[in-house]
Each structure stands twice: as structure tokens, then as C-alpha cells.
Design a protein around this ligand. Structure first.
Ligand code: SF4
Length: 185
């Protein structure tokens, strides 16, 4: 869950540093996230940017986890995904992508995560998604893929990898594995 907040607008290497620092400081658990001062927490996660805001978000999420599930991961994982998503969206700093990342990775629910890489690749490939909302892109994938947590996990990871290596803001189409299929190319 911590990773889902820290990755907001941050490179993964910087998130890794922040997670390492949290571990070293003994803060990588909900009780510590709640009890440490906001400024102290912000200092520990400094590497991943927007650290003051992210520290507030982490505290809000840790409060929610205690209030709703008494810090019990098993109870969280057994909760109904739709109810959980609505509840998560009510937490400060949790938008659709963050909520779905928590559902997929922490709760092991078959939810397809949409991020900026996914939108960019789908658009450039030439698929016609009906609408521009998060839910429009999510429906596009859900209509075409078997509902399978491992498939969703792997699919998202591959899209992120392609977005980082080739389908960047300035795309490197010549070496892209999807070049033959791509409308933009
Ligand atoms: S061919 Fe270019 S635009 Fe198309 S998906 Fe690959 S990198 Fe992106």
C-alpha cells in the first residue's frame, strides 16, 4: 500500500530509496506511519518527491487501515473489492489508479490498473477507446482480457516497461516490439 502512494509522479528508483529509508527507520508499518511526526516522515521519503503531501497521504491511509481493518491484512484481502474501492476513494490522496493498485497488489483482487503509460500506448497504437475517463480505459481492457489477477499484473508490468523503454514522451519506435502493429509508427 505504501508503494501505491510513493509511486505517484515518481520514478521507481526514487521510490525504492524511500522504501529502503522507511525500512531502515523502522517506519514501514501502519502503526509507525501513524505515530511518527509528519515532518519526520516527510524527511524519510524525501527521495520520491512531493514528500510533504505524500507523508500526509501515507498517514491518512494508515489511519484508514486501522479504522476499517484494525491493521489486519487478511481482513483487508477478504473484503468485497467494490466496497473496498469506494472506501479507498474516500481516503485523502487516493485516486482511482492508487485505489486499483492497492486492490491488485496488496489485496490480490483482479483489477486492471490504468496509468499514464497505459493511456499513451493504447492511444498511439490506434485503439479507439470510448471516452477519455479512467473507467473508459479500464473497460477497454476488461472487455478484451480474461479476468485473471496474474494476467492483469503481468500486463500492467509490461505496459509500464514499454512506456519506460520505448513509448516515452518522445517514442523510440524503431526498436519497439509493437512497431508493426502501431498506428503512430
Ligand atoms: S511503435 Fe512507437 S508509438 Fe507505437 S507503441 Fe511502440 S514506441 Fe509507442
Amino acid at each position: 500500500m505504501v508503494g501505491a502512494i510513493l509511486t505517484q509522479s515518481a520514478a521507481w528508483t526514487n521510490v525504492e530509496k524511500a522504501i529502503h529509508n522507511l525500512k531502515t527507520a523502522g517506519m514501514l508499518n501502519p502503526a509507525s506511519l501513524r505515530s511518527f511526526a509528519l515532518e519526520e516522515l516527510a524527511g524519510v521519503i524525501h527521495s520520491c518527491g512531493y514528500y510533504n503531501m505524500k507523508a500526509r497521504k501515507l498517514k491518512a491511509l494508515a489511519e484508514w487501515f486501522s479504522f476499517e481493518f484494525s491493521d489486519n491484512l487478511e481482513d483487508l484481502q477478504q473484503a468485497d473489492p467494490a466496497v473496498l474501492r469506494t472506501s479507498l476513494l474516500g481516503v485523502y490522496g487516493v485516486g482511482e489508479e492508487t485505489a486499483d493498485s492497492i486492490l491488485l497488489y496488496a489485496c490480490e483482487k483482479p483489477v486492471f490498473v490504468i496509468d499514464a503509460y497505459t493511456r499513451r500506448i493504447v492511444d498511439r497504437l490506434g485503439f479507439r477507446v470510448r471516452g477519455t475517463k479512467y473507467s473508459d480505459y479500464q473497460s477497454f481492457f476488461l472487455a478484451g482480457l480474461k479476468t485473471d489477477i496474474h494476467l492483469f499484473n503481468e500486463y500492467h508490468a509490461l505496459l509500464v516497461a514499454l512506456g519506460k523503454t520505448n513509448c516515452k514522451k518522445k517514442p523510440l519506435c524503431r526498436t519497439c516490439c509493437l512497431a508493426d502493429l502501431c498506428e503512430k509508427n
